[in-house]
Design a protein. Structure first.
Lengths: 321, 316
């Protein structure tokens, strides 16, 4: 076998560059490259940029179920910042979140700022709970989704004791309506008459996100005059074909004794709710609810048209369907 | 035309390479098998993988990361007063040495950065809190105005919220944006205060950043539950800057403090369609492990925020 031992190699005719050969071998699969100064070497070919996608951090249709959750301390904020019967717009009644005028206030608070587009220096209902961050993602383990926990309110207000707001998006992936059974537990302390707890559903007027122009609110179950740590809220709802609805749970902190409250807010029997394989948790809507900045949820008129922003923004941010 | 025919070629004293017997097709590269055997092959790119951003970019979403420290309102072991994890820390001077690097370390969740072992963990030391969380805007504001219960009841060095929002100029010309925020403050020791500031890299491409400049937009050193900080931020062409908001917990009455830390006027800040929230950078500051330590000025060290973004989420 013949071999040439040489430092450099150059094309005789028309070649102006003498290339320095590498003294060492590369690793398997490496390519010969130049450094631009006629020194040959070895290099792997790497793509410096990962493929970036606006993918869902949690896969859909694999049984995972999530929600967003936010709290307000309502009158248990100390001094400036507390609020009673009237929220950021007008009277707010926690067991009537499916109706004007509580619905639009509930949604803005659940999304982290009761004043939404109008907010400047006003107190920030939804972003006003002690040691809490607004609009947090929470996923289910097993049959339940949420929490049942103590809450320390040094303000010790028994009226308007504070609320947890939870939204779980459910999608019917089939071509026919499916009736699902919903179940939740919620705490409540009945004092002023504006507290209470509610399980409610909001549904769009069309199945395609982008074409939604109006939303309907339906009350599934309520707790009013009963106070307790675990109030059972159950009922059924018919999810239209190929449509995503928002299942909402609003609870009130239950006063136990001085400074000590209970905050129960969770869905249960998820195995029953999602027993039909055509019913899934809509991860596009879930991440839109978590990350999107909704600029169309003001306090002007009824909620029906304004809530359509929740669906149209999902189409824009995570793709239409 | 001259030609030397041979099977192998070798640099004197170097490895022997066996030349390929078969010629290439168009656009093939000369490849080694690691044993000195050369062949022409179709180039293949190693794929770093698919990476998902924390939220879609360019559709109006605005996000930030936020962290809280309880500073001197931690009980006994773990509390800290004038000195942060490295040296004196003055909250309203977080744009300059020596506070800047300490602020950044705490913002990312551990004031001791890569040197930490058993030291208290400034930035991950707030009661009932988790450090370095993502928070997104709803409407015109982003952040919180809330109560914080400090049973330690310390009115000096009361604790801080740190917030960072990446703003990107997608155009080819510099844009000046108006930034507005509200903050709480209780001036006890003189090392608290509140500040609206931003960090600007020396080049527009993430991977080529070698130095970072800190600029103070507005400061507040009085006592208030909620005081406004406003000013202008210049965002160079094709560049991402980090707009930061630092507040101090305001003492209200025994055990009761207010923690106000939010941007407002987002519609104004982002009114120019060329200005967006940089979701690559937001994903980066929310998740990346930065290894800058306490050695000298922050300017060079902080460039790691941009270069890491290039590595993890792609350069631009």
């Amino acid at each position: 076998m013949s071999k040439i031992i040489v430092d450099q190699i150059q094309k005789l005719t028309g070649g102006s560059t003498a290339f320095n050969l590498p003294a060492t071998d590369g690793t398997a699969g490496q390519y010969m490259k130049t450094d631009g100064s006629a020194n040959l070497g070895w290099s792997s070919m790497t793509n410096p940029n990962p493929t970036l996608i606006t993918a869902l951090p949690v896969p859909e249709n694999l049984g995972m179920i999530g929600s967003i959750v936010t709290r307000t301390d309502r009158q248990n904020s100390y001094s400036t910042g507390d609020w009673t019967s009237s929220s950021s717009w007008t009277t707010y009644t926690n067991y009537q979140i499916h109706l004007d005028n509580s619905a639009i206030q509930f949604m803005n608070m659940a999304l982290g700022d009761g004043y939404a587009m109008t907010g400047t220096s006003q107190i920030m209902q939804g972003g006003d709970s002690e040691h809490q961050f607004a609009r947090t993602l929470q996923f289910s383990n097993g049959s339940r989704l949420g929490y049942s926990r103590d809450f320390f309110h040094y303000d010790n207000a028994q009226d308007y004791a504070g609320h947890s707001f939870r939204i779980m998006p459910i999608r019917n992936t089939t071509n026919a309506a499916i009736t699902v059974t919903l179940a939740a537990y919620a705490s409540n302390y009945w004092s002023s008459g504006y507290e209470g707890a509610q399980l409610a559903v909001f549904a769009p007027n069309t199945s395609l996100y982008s074409t939604c122009t109006s939303v309907t609110g339906t009350s599934i179950a309520t707790v009013t005059s009963t106070s307790g740590q675990f109030n059972n809220l159950t009922g059924t709802y018919s999810v239209p074909a190929n449509t995503t609805v928002l299942v909402c749970l609003a609870s009130t902190d239950q006063y136990q004794t001085t400074y000590r409250f209970k905050d129960t807010n969770y869905f249960y029997n998820l195995g029953t709710t999602f027993t039909n394989p055509g019913i899934i948790c809509d991860m596009r809507m879930l991440y839109s609810l978590h990350t999107s900045r909704f600029t169309g949820l003001g306090y002007t008129g009824a909620f029906a048209a304004q809530f359509s922003n929740l669906w149209t923004k999902t189409a824009l941010a995570y793709g239409d369907r | 035309m001259s030609r030397i025919t041979t099977d192998q070629i070798q640099k004197p004293g170097g490895v022997t390479f066996t030349l390929p017997a078969v010629g290439p097709t168009a656009n093939q590269f000369l490849q080694t098998d690691g044993l000195g055997n050369l062949s022409f092959q179709q180039p293949t790119l190693s794929e770093p993988g698919i990476t998902s951003l924390v939220a879609p970019e360019g559709v109006g979403n605005i996000g930030s990361i936020v962290t809280h420290t309880d500073r001197s309102n931690i009980y006994s072991t773990g509390e800290w007063s004038t000195s942060g994890p490295w040296t004196t820390y003055t909250a309203y001077q977080s744009h300059q040495d020596n506070s800047a690097i300490q602020y950044l370390q705490m913002q990312f969740g551990d004031g001791y950065g890569p040197s930490g072992t058993s030291e208290s963990m400034q930035g991950a030391d707030a009661e009932n809190e988790l450090p370095r969380r993502l928070q997104f805007a709803n409407g015109n504001r982003m952040g919180f105005a809330r109560d914080v219960f400090h049973y330690d009841n310390n009115t000096s060095n009361t604790g801080h919220s740190f917030r960072m929002m990446p703003v990107r100029n997608t155009t080819s010309a510099s844009i000046s944006v108006t930034v507005s925020a509200y903050c709480s403050n209780y001036q006890g020791s003189g090392y608290e205060g509140a500040q609206l500031l931003y960090f600007t890299p020396n080049t527009s491409v993430y991977s080529t950043v070698t130095s970072v400049t800190g600029t103070s937009v507005a400061t507040y050193t009085g006592n208030a539950r909620q005081s406004q900080l406003t000013g202008s931020v210049t965002v160079p062409a094709g560049t991402t800057v980090l707009v930061c908001l630092i507040s101090s917990d305001w003492y209200t009455t025994t055990y009761r403090f207010k923690d106000t830390n939010f941007f407002d006027g987002l519609t104004t800040t982002f009114t120019n369609p060329g200005i967006i929230c940089d979701m690559r950078m937001l994903s980066n500051i929310a998740k990346s492990r930065f290894t800058f330590a306490y050695a000298g000025a922050f300017a060079t060290l902080a460039s790691g925020i941009w270069t890491t973004c290039a590595t993890v989420y792609g350069d631009r």
